[in-house]
Design a protein around this ligand. Structure first.
Ligand code: HEC
Length: 144
């Protein structure tokens, strides 16, 4: 009978399935554990100041995320801002916020938020802090 002579039995297939499932399950659990273990050194949490907290509040209450993404999360109407501090620097960001909207023909527009000097500084501190989180280069494109 062909089945008796076959080198590959149902029993072997079953063992491969269960063995593979357990093996890769363990590999996956190991990778999760490794990622979790490294979060404290990557999160930049030690550099959260009151200014960073205030800046995050400004970020949230003005719905910046409704148009922008931050570290890949958010909307894709406007540029990624997780690395905008490194790309543009503090002076550009503050001048940008004050110059909105550009009303330039053919460009997407950003509203004027009327932030005062203190709020602009806090916002910059938040974006600086965000840019220093070790995301292992996520998102991969510098402009998001
Ligand atoms: C209604 C949508 C919208 C909202 C809300 C919005 N933005 Fe923007 N933002 C834009 C658009 C569109 C651009 C790009 C405009 C251009 O290139 O002419 C932009 C550009 C920027 C830039 C320059 C990015 C670069 O790469 O040069 C910064 C910084 C910025 N926004 C910060 C913010 C902050 C902070 C908030 C919240 C307080 C915010 N934006 C809310 C639409 C928005």
């Amino acid at each position: 009978m062909s089945q008796a002579h076959s080198g590959f039995t149902k029993q072997m297939a079953r063992n491969m399935f269960y063995g593979g499932a357990v093996f890769f399950g363990l590999v996956f659990a190991g990778l999760i554990f490794d990622s979790e273990r490294r979060i404290p050194e990557r999160s930049n949490a030690q550099n959260i100041t009151q200014a960073v907290i205030n800046g995050k509040h400004i970020w949230e209450t003005n719905n910046c995320i409704g148009c922008h993404s931050l570290l890949g999360e958010g909307a894709y109407f406007a540029p990624e801002l997780g690395n905008v501090y490194k790309r543009r620097g503090p002076d550009f960001i503050k001048a940008w916020m004050q110059a909105m909207p550009t009303n330039a023909a053919g460009r997407r527009q950003m509203p004027q938020f009327n932030l005062n000097e203190q709020q602009l500084n806090d916002l910059v501190e938040f974006l600086k802090w965000t840019s220093e989180i070790d995301t292992e280069n996520w998102p991969p494109n510098i402009e998001g």
